[in-house]
Design a protein around this ligand. Structure first.
Ligand SMILES: *Cc1c(COP(=O)(O)O)cnc(C)c1O
Length: 400
């Protein structure tokens, strides 16, 4: 057992899924989004748990992610939401992955590859309505429809779009996106192409727009126990399946005035105890996405935060829990080691410390420990091993 790990409660994920089902309009299905290795929880474990509870559709970003799910026995629909390239398609089609198509040239290439393999490519058309990322716009549709009408190896199973500002108080941008999506759908149907399913909702739109649940809702954030924005607090109860932990691996009594860590930004004010934990920014600890200020107040907050940091005061949420108490981080978080100022409170070597760790950016090298039915049933690291190794590659052994 390493000194740092993440406990993941799959029953909590199941609870969140069942909560989503309660809000789901009849006729719609939940497509569980398990991209980025299930937002850091482990795509295979989450998908298996949900499939065993009746979930029949999953979404990931890349073909690679989809193949991992298939290889681990997921038999439901797997939609690759992101763009993919021709070199990946043979394997994708052989493994019955549904592909998102968002450019005409690739549509033509996909038809060629599917014909050569004598397979049918299942596709979902992505419509660009305001995310500014991928997708067809209204002007593309005539050419696309014309081609699809002739293409004998492509099944248009879906059409979808993705909202950029769902969850904002001001709904106008999302309404506009939805309008563009419906216009695109109408247009392509006019042109004789009838996608089997349509879907638009992510977690935020799922909560705000029950009237748009359609054939699928693509929900990820809610399943892992997060609300997609502060505006939703109190709207529904979710369980948090995620607890990042590590052990106190060193403990010292030090006098007042002791400098701690790189650049000595921290100096103890009184005699105290310092505890060392084996977690740092290489694990994703203390790593925050760069925030772009949304207005003046936000900008001011960011400036104040940085001024405080200059004086060695951390105003972030980088607080950890030890024996039910909140404990301060002393100095800078290191690559793999961090020091805590425990004060005079009781603390012992081996004590468990709960650390805040963003799910999707937590290091895959941290051990995941899976809980279900109140017990640990599996421990693993997230990475999958080698895709290929060149047998000709010389292994040079170095004698020291
Ligand atoms: C990530 C993603 C989702 C899920 O969004 P959540 O807010 O996590 O529910 C849905 N659709 C697309 C296209 C996505 O990329």
């Amino acid at each position: 057992m390493p000194g740092a790990w993440i406990d993941i409660d799959l029953d909590a994920v199941l609870f969140n899924y069942q909560t989503v089902l309660k809000f789901l309009q009849s006729g719609s299905r939940c497509m569980a989004v398990v991209k980025a290795d299930g937002y850091g929880l482990g795509a295979v474990e989450v998908a298996r748990k949900l499939e065993s509870a009746g979930c029949s559709a999953f979404a990931v970003t890349s073909v690679d992610e989809g193949l991992i799910l298939r290889r681990h026995g997921i038999s439901g629909l797997i939609l690759v939401l992101g763009p993919s390239g021709p070199e990946e398609w043979a394997e994708a089609l052989q493994n019955d992955l549904s592909l998102t198509m968002s450019s005409f040239d690739y549509l033509v290439e996909l038809e060629n590859i599917a014909r050569e393999l004598t397979l049918h490519a299942k596709i979902h058309l992505k419509v660009e309505t305001g995310m500014g990322r991928t997708g067809f716009v209204q002007a593309d549709l005539e050419q696309v429809a014309k081609f699809l009408a002739e293409a004998g190896h492509i099944e248009v199973n879906g059409i979808f779009t993705h909202f950029a500002r769902a969850g904002q108080r001001d709904l106008s941008y999302t309404l506009e996106q939805h309008k563009k999506f419906m216009a695109a759908l109408n247009r392509i149907e006019e042109l004789g192409i009838h996608p089997r399913w349509k879907h638009v909702c992510n977690s935020a739109a799922f909560l705000d727009h029950p009237e748009w649940h359609y054939d699928f809702v693509r929900v990820g954030t809610l399943l892992i126990g997060h609300l997609p924005g502060q505006a939703f607090s109190g709207r529904l109860k979710l369980k948090d399946p995620w607890l990042a932990k590590c052990k106190v691996e060193a403990l010292y009594k030090v006098p007042a005035g002791t400098y701690v860590g790189y650049q000595s930004v921290y100096r103890t004010k009184t005699a105290t105890q310092l505890a060392v934990i084996p977690a740092g920014y290489a694990d994703g600890f203390g790593v925050e996405p760069r925030l772009i200020p949304q207005g003046w107040i936000d900008l001011l907050k960011i400036i104040i935060k940085n001024i405080a940091l200059y004086f060695g005061i951390s105003l972030g949420q980088e607080k950890v829990q030890l024996r039910g108490r909140t404990v301060r981080i002393a100095g800078k978080i290191g690559m793999q080691l961090t020091v805590l100022d425990v004060g005079k409170e009781t603390c012992a070597l081996g004590d468990e410390v709960i650390i805040p760790l963003r799910r999707a950016s937590a290091n895959p090298r941290l051990l995941r420990r899976y809980w279900a039915d109140g017990r640990i049933y599996k421990e693993r690291y997230l990475q999958e091993g080698f895709l290929s190794v060149d047998p000709e590659y010389p292994i040079v052994s170095v004698d020291s």
